[in-house]
Ligand binder design. Structure first.
Ligand code: ADP
Ligand code: MG
Length: 324
């Protein structure tokens, strides 16, 4: 069982950033309005994620760490209308298989919470304690029991950069949630959760990008598109600044990237990549978000239409601006 869990864990947990991703998604699924993420040594030795969400009921704490245990799907019909970020029930069991995990959680209906410790898939402790509403996960010593996997980790700085990039994405894709992010005891990011996207961009990317943003706000029968486009004059060397969110989820999509770049064509001096922060909302039945286990690559049922419409929306928004 240990081995199977460790192999399964390999698909979910590659590095600290994957743990942070899964735990932030769980916090969002639990309707948290504030999430604090803290890492030390790139998250290899220490990750703490605290949320003020629903908490986990006492009798479900152990269950949450069983593989394929999810509270988010109750019937086959739910599979066709997934609005939660997680639903496979693999994250907690996978993380617990390859690290030392401590969980403190309390639901608002209870007076006390639970502290649960599980290491390498083995339960170490389950006790009642006083705790605030919500959930805290502490993840220590990733891959302590699978040294071969630890070798694939980058330096603490490399891992820390990957976590930072991810936390920034999550902050940008969830402007209504306050994110606090600390690295080695220093606060790196603190967003207000006030839904102000420009303020978010300012916090994350600084003044240079923020003052030049062009607002996009377009819709068609297929989708609503809003957000900000960077000035074509300030182009980037790679696609990392083409931020795109579909139905609240950060995505990497070649189709959308190409559409963005084509929309900018004719406005940009050279063939480079723009800064964008585009929020696309479309009918859930038209997006398949579960192609890749990392859930970043999307598949659309009507690619061409989406592509053409997005190109047009971007080009028209840029055209409407003076002096670009
Ligand atoms: P999934 O998210 O796919 O359901 P996970 O392994 O990530 O599976 O989590 C298992 C279960 O643990 C979730 O379905 C949820 O019920 C519970 N859970 C995990 N994290 C939290 C959290 N931060 N707040 C409340 N419940 C949580
Ligand atoms: Mg999950």
């Amino acid at each position: 069982k240990d081995t199977i869990d460790q192999i399964a864990a390999g698909e979910v947990v590659e590095r600290p950033a994957s743990i942070v991703k899964e735990l932030i998604e769980n916090a969002i699924d639990a309707a948290a309005s504030a999430v604090t993420v803290e890492i030390r040594e790139g998250g290899i030795s220490f990750i703490r994620i605290t949320d003020n969400g629903s908490g986990i009921p006492k009798d479900q704490v152990r269950l949450a760490f069983c593989r394929h245990a999810t509270s988010k799907i109750r019937s086959a019909a739910d599979l066709f209308d997934i609005s939660s970020l997680g639903f496979r029930g693999e994250a907690l069991s996978s993380i617990a298989a390859v690290a030392q995990v401590e969980l403190i959680t309390k639901i608002s209906e209870d007076l006390t919470g639970i502290r649960y410790v599980i290491e390498g898939g083995e339960e170490r402790s389950f006790e009642e304690i006083g705790a605030p509403n919500g959930t805290t996960f502490l993840i220590r010593n990733l891959f302590y029991n699978t040294p071969a996997r630890a070798k694939f980790l980058k330096s603490a700085l490399g891992e820390s950069n990957a976590v930072s990039a991810y936390v920034e994405q999550m902050a940008l894709s969830n402007p209504g949630i306050s994110f606090k992010y600390m690295v080695n005891g220093q606060t790196k990011l603190h967003t207000s959760g006030s839904l102000n996207i420009k303020e978010l961009v300012y916090h994350i990317y600084g003044r240079e990008i923020t003052k030049e943003l062009i607002e996009i706000d377009s819709s068609s029968d297929l989708m609503e598109v809003h957000g900000f486009l960077g000035r074509p004059a300030i182009s980037r060397g790679n696609r990392n600044f083409e931020h795109c969110y579909v139905n609240g989820r950060y995505v990497k999509s070649k189709l959308l990237s190409k559409a963005i770049e084509e929309g900018y064509q004719g406005f940009m001096m050279q063939h480079k990549y723009p800064f964008t922060l585009i929020y696309i909302n479309m009918d859930k039945s038209k997006v398949d978000v579960n192609v890749h286990p990392a859930k970043m690559e999307l598949r659309f049922s009507n690619q061409e239409e989406i592509f053409n419409q997005l190109v047009k929306m971007i080009a028209e928004t840029l055209k409407g601006r003076e002096g670009i």
